[in-house]
Design a protein around this ligand. Structure first.
Ligand code: AMP
Length: 366
């Protein structure tokens, strides 16, 4: 990059993920321009923010004019909006990967086609489909909306026969998928980046704990050589299938010692936030490097890290910053709402035992 040709990245969505992308890009001399529906979105604190609807194709094209590459921090950006940027600026990850990850049914079919184990599943459009799916796949199970589900929203558990009608009452009338319940030992995820040159960098697997369907704690690394190899094989299959460019995340269950894919996200991920302080190159920097065709950075860990989400409430900064080794991230959101991710803390320690001690202190801040 010469001084005269510093690139600009356009980011559709200016939430905390976009904001952290911009914070990683800035030291490399790279600027970010955001597009979001709301004027006070967190990304706007660290870059120019264009306000518009996600389906306003004219405004999106105007936003993308003059940027070197466009990416997104939200996987529910309408695919047509991404396709409409053709000829204006390259978009990474590409629309086909975005499209497939927006629908749980297509996502599961892709996993199956690539030989990646998933929970048993069946599409559900009618009440009778649900009856048949429960009979075939058994109970317990989970009924999920195919589209727009996140953080456990748009889901209903079915345990007893009576739950079938309740679940249908809550979610029926839209495309659904019924999944057999996975009796998992733990939940893990893999974050990886593939660059425009086809280079791939994998982070170590991490272990995730959810509360009320929302990620609460990540511990990194989840050091397990066999599962790491398995996860990287699955990740490579997906990345190469799409000739994917950027960061991709796959969430897995560990069931009886093997990986079962739950879902993928075509973007940087909450379970990768620890990489800002806990890895030699963060997921955010590697995403920016990947989409600009720059060499990827090392994913080596700097120790044993943990990430704690602050959901609905932020700790008082003076109290949080008194905790040893705690890195505080306040996303700058203007309004605190229950269930809303407002910030996180990262801790890095030399040993797992020390990490646990620091984590215990951090958990008291929630
Ligand atoms: P999701 O929105 O698919 O990530 O689901 C949110 C959380 O619900 C997951 O992190 C799991 O804890 C749980 N969950 C989702 N699907 C299943 C399943 N098929 N079996 C067991 N637990 C599940």
């Amino acid at each position: 990059m010469s001084g005269a040709a510093r690139p600009t990245v356009g980011i559709i969505g200016a939430g905390q993920l976009g904001r952290m992308l911009a914070l990683a890009a800035l030291p490399l001399g790279i600027r970010c321009r955001f597009y979001d529906r709301v004027a006070d979105a967190p990304g706007g604190h660290v870059g120019e923010l264009v306000v518009g609807e996600f389906d306003d194709l004219g405004r999106l094209r105007e936003f993308a004019r003059g940027v070197d590459v466009v990416t997104f921090d939200w996987e529910n950006v309408p695919v047509e909006s991404v396709r409409a940027l053709k000829g204006v600026a390259p978009v990474y990850p590409a629309a086909n990967a975005l499209e497939q990850s927006q629908d749980r049914l297509y996502e599961k079919a892709l996993f199956r086609d690539l030989g990646i184990p998933t929970a048993p599943y069946a599409p559900v459009d009618l009440a009778s489909d649900l009856e048949q799916a429960c009979a075939r796949l058994g109970r317990p199970g989970i009924l999920k909306t195919r589209r727009l589900g996140y953080d456990g929203k748009g889901q209903a558990r079915i345990r007893a026969a009576a739950d079938v009608a309740t679940a249908w009452g809550a979610l029926g009338g839209q495309p659904l998928v019924y999944e057999g319940f996975v009796r998992f030992e733990r939940e893990v995820s893999l974050v990886a980046a593939r660059s425009r040159r086809g280079e791939i960098a994998y982070y170590p697997l991490v272990e995730n704990a959810h509360e009320h369907g929302i990620l609460a704690i990540t511990r990194a690394p989840y050091a397990h050589a066999k599962l790491q190899r398995e996860a990287e094989r699955h990740m490579r299959a997906v990345l190469e299938h799409f000739r994917y460019v950027g960061v991709l995340t796959i969430e897995f269950f560990v069931e009886r010692g093997r990986l079962v894919a739950n879902e993928m996200a075509p973007r940087v991920h909450n379970s990768g936030h620890w990489t800002i302080e806990g890895a030699e190159t963060s997921q955010f920097e590697n995403h920016v490097r990947a989409i600009l065709g720059l060499p990827l950075g090392s994913t080596t860990t700097r120790g044993h890290a943990a990430m704690v989400n602050f959901v609905g409430r932020l700790p008082k900064p003076a109290r949080a910053l008194a905790a040893a080794g705690l890195h505080l991230h306040d996303y700058g959101k203007s309004e605190a709402r229950p269930g809303r991710k407002l910030g996180h803390a990262t801790l890095v320690a030399a040993t797992p035992a020390e990490r646990e001690r620091r984590l215990k202190a951090a958990l008291k801040l929630r």
